[in-house]
Write a protein that binds this ligand. Structure first.
Ligand code: HGY
Ligand code: MN
Ligand code: MN
Length: 406
């Protein structure tokens, strides 16, 4: 069954135009552009013959009509600030296109439900949409969740006028499996000349907020040994992490200080306060636990040497997740049938599939990222690779349905 490349690419480009920023997209969760994109997706799902709705969390869900057993295809349509046009959005449009193809083919074996999860990127709460879909109790987290600009998730949800909508939920009696296609967001496929990544597992992610509290003072007259320098302690942490993390980590271990803020932030004042946002990722729960221990130990060392106090808060902790081997094999088989060289690989990026796989069989397919770039307006994939990825995904789902979709 062939997908329609022209229709697939036209929909991707139309979605990318909503919140477009240079060659990328600025569509953080619950921004006006994000909500506009979700309304556009709902209309597209309805035009594709799906019963479509936006739920109280912002998930856009298109349900196959007259099907009691379906495959869910999805990803997310929210982005990081000033991100790329494909991260998340590609997987949602793949779902839309495959739903249309299956409907047009008249196939009765199994329907296609399509979903765009909300806030996969964690503007307010990472994996908000997929966790809600899977029935996690988010009440307490939604109460306190805020964006980095201090806007509360509750305000964002009510501004989007969603609270009255029903929640859409995963139903294992209806939903036989979940497939997510995504750009690799790294260099491996491109450098190895492979066209399809078959995801074996997704890294776990621990996010921390560290607050160093010292004493503001004159940057010129305060002797170095009399300072309580919160900024110095924060930078000490960054340096010690780079020195000590490799010893406890493995080949997949990565860490990132994504944001650091000093107060009062004047060049001639010793910082009284330094706020550091840091992430550690690895495929192994044991390495992640070891890394958390190291972060806390180094924070204490730096606080002591710069004579300040420190608080370490683990903001989010998402476990690593293995994908379902039997479904991964179908992606591999489909790629081989279509002559697409594939490689099995772990994902260094988090994805909604790591939440859904806790509840129903799930698998992920990657397509190459040009230059391995992502989370930036330069993120791109060739049309040929985009179209091939969709065709391989459709074929894998046909194989799944041929096996009885049970
Ligand atoms: O950060 C991630 O890994 C994903 O893009 N949210
Ligand atoms: Mn992302
Ligand atoms: Mn993504």
């Amino acid at each position: 069954m062939p997908i329609r490349p022209d229709r697939l690419l036209a929909d991707m480009r139309a979605l990318a135009a909503i919140g477009q920023h240079m060659t990328g997209v600025n569509r953080p969760a619950f921004s006006d552009a994000d909500i506009a994109a979700r309304e556009w997706l709902r209309n597209k799902m309805m035009n594709a013959g799906l019963a479509a709705e936006i739920d109280c969390y912002g998930n856009v869900y298109g349900r196959a009509i007259n099907a009691d057993r379906t495959v869910v295809i999805g990803s997310h349509s929210d982005t990081v600030p000033f991100g790329g046009w494909l991260d998340g959005a590609m997987g949602v449009i793949y779902g839309l296109e495959i739903a249309r193809c299956i409907t047009e083919s008249g196939s009765q074996s199994c329907g296609i439900d399509v979903i765009s999860f909300q806030d996969e990127e964690g503007t307010y709460l990472p994996f908000l949409g997929s966790r809600a879909f899977c029935g996690d109790n988010l009440t307490a987290e939604i109460e306190t969740a805020k964006s980095k600009d201090g806007q509360t998730l509750k305000d964002a949800m009510s501004k989007a006028a969603l609270p009255g909508n029903a929640a859409v939920r995963l139903d294992p009696r209806r939903h036989a499996a979940y497939f997510e296609a995504h750009i690799e967001q790294g260099p491996r496929l491109e450098s190895s000349g492979r066209k399809i990544g078959v995801v074996t597992a997704i890294v776990g992610i621990k996010s921390f907020r560290l607050l160093f509290r010292g004493q503001a003072n004159h940057a010129g007259t305060t002797p170095m040994d009399m300072r309580h320098d919160a900024g110095g302690a924060a930078m000490c942490l960054g340096n010690l992490l780079n020195q000590r993390m490799p010893a406890i980590g493995g080949p997949q271990t990565v860490w990132n200080v994504g944001n650091m803020r000093f107060e009062p932030g004047a060049i001639n004042v010793v910082p009284v306060l330094a706020e550091v946002f840091l992430q550690v990722r690895d495929i192994s729960p044991a390495v992640l636990a070891e890394a958390e221990h190291l972060v806390r130990a180094l924070a204490a060392i730096c606080a002591e040497s710069f004579k300040v106090d420190v608080e370490v808060e683990c903001l989010h902790d998402t476990e690593p997740a293995a994908m379902t081997p039997a479904l991964a094999k179908l992606i591999e088989k489909a790629a081989a049938e279509l002559g697409a060289p594939s490689a099995s690989m772990p994902s260094g990026a988090g994805h909604d599939a790591m939440i859904v796989v806790r509840h129903i069989p799930s698998a992920m397919l990657f397509v190459p990222s040009i230059g391995g770039r992502s989370h930036h307006v330069s993120e791109d994939t060739s049309d040929v690779d985009i179209v091939l990825g969709a065709q391989v995904l459709l074929r894998a789902i046909e194989l799944f349905m041929a096996n009885g979709a049970r």
